[in-house]
Design a binder for this molecule. Structure first.
Ligand SMILES: Nc1ncnc2c1ncn2[C@@H]1O[C@H](COP(=O)(O)OP(=O)(O)OP(=O)(O)O)[C@@H](O)[C@H]1O
Ligand SMILES: [Mg+2]
Length: 271
């Protein structure tokens, strides 16, 4: 017997983990004044890796995630997932925003089902998949609830369930836990690690929290102020599964200090 988590992305016929290549991507927003946002940004993420992106406010992190998801086309360079160029909103990618962005008039269950409806899944497969996801994210009890009645942590779980609905091989998380209180955030960090262990997902996580980045990621990639490029790539060679108690260790503090110094260096370089 497989658990819902095993069935999620690693069962027969399910997607394999995917690598991401952001190949010298540049992007400028046109407006009354052109705003260069990404500057020959290069990033490789191996299949099943968790990479945390950290960088100053407004440097282009959310823009980068939208480019990886195929929601925005770069001016130069390209993004490929498993060697296939991303040229349109890509079904292989699940995206979670800073706010849950749930549909207020739909129940939790109907929010999670929404991408399956859009993709034209047959009703019985929709029902089975939604059941798996509600179970996986521990939100079965709130299946019939409206989003406005949920706590922030539960709403964000629903958003993650929805992002996983189409069995993405790549999960992009844009500051998903920023609005949560510290304890809920830590709990969801632990849950995200557990989810990743049971899945085959490759994860890119944007965060402003150095401890969160170090707890979750295999590598912390530090971005420059806008226009963003990579200024440092800091490995986090800590065994998994990690425990929150690990965050107190001297080794983690050393990694965190290294990330902090790169961030400060990038900010000074731009000043
Ligand atoms: N659609 C758009 N049109 C014009 N400018 C935009 C657009 N989207 C973002 N920008 C600008 O691009 C820059 C980068 O924005 P982005 O949201 O990617 O930054 P960020 O690193 O995610 O910031 P934060 O840390 O605040 O989330 C900002 O100056 C922003 O104002
Ligand atoms: Mg952002």
């Amino acid at each position: 017997m497989t658990t819902a988590g095993e069935a999620l992305m690693t069962g027969p016929g399910r997607v394999a983990p995917a690598g991401i290549l952001v190949d010298d991507v540049s992007l400028t927003f046109d407006g009354s004044r052109p705003t260069p946002v990404l500057d020959r940004l290069r990033l490789e993420v191996r299949p099943r890796e968790i990479v945390a992106l950290i960088g100053p406010n407004g440097c282009g992190k959310s823009t980068l995630l939208r480019v990886i998801a195929g929601l925005l086309a770069p001016d130069e360079g390209s993004v490929s997932i498993d060697g296939r160029v991303v040229a349109a909103p890509d079904e292989r990618v699940g995206l979670v925003f800073q706010e849950p962005r749930l549909l207020a008039w739909r129940s939790v269950e109907a929010n999670v089902r929404f991408p399956l409806e859009l993709a034209g899944w047959p009703r019985d497969r929709q029902r089975a998949r939604v059941g798996e996801l509600l179970d996986l994210m521990a939100i079965l009890e709130v299946a019939a609830a409206r989003p406005s009645t949920l706590s922030g942590g539960t709403a964000q779980r629903v958003a993650i369930a929805r992002a996983l609905a189409l069995e993405p091989s790549v999960l992009l998380l844009d500051e998903p836990f920023t609005a949560l209180d510290a304890l809920t955030r830590e709990r969801l960090n632990v849950e995200l690690q557990a989810l990743w262990e049971r899945s085959a997902a490759t994860i890119v996580l944007v965060t402003h929290s150095i401890p969160e980045a170090v707890f979750l990621a295999d590598r912390v990639v530090v971005l420059s102020p806008r226009p963003a490029h990579v200024v440092a790539d800091v490995p986090v060679p800590i065994e998994r599964p990690r425990r929150l108690a690990d965050l107190d260790s001297a080794f983690v503090s050393t990694v965190a200090a290294e990330v902090r110094s790169h961030l400060a260096g990038a900010a000074e370089g731009a000043a």
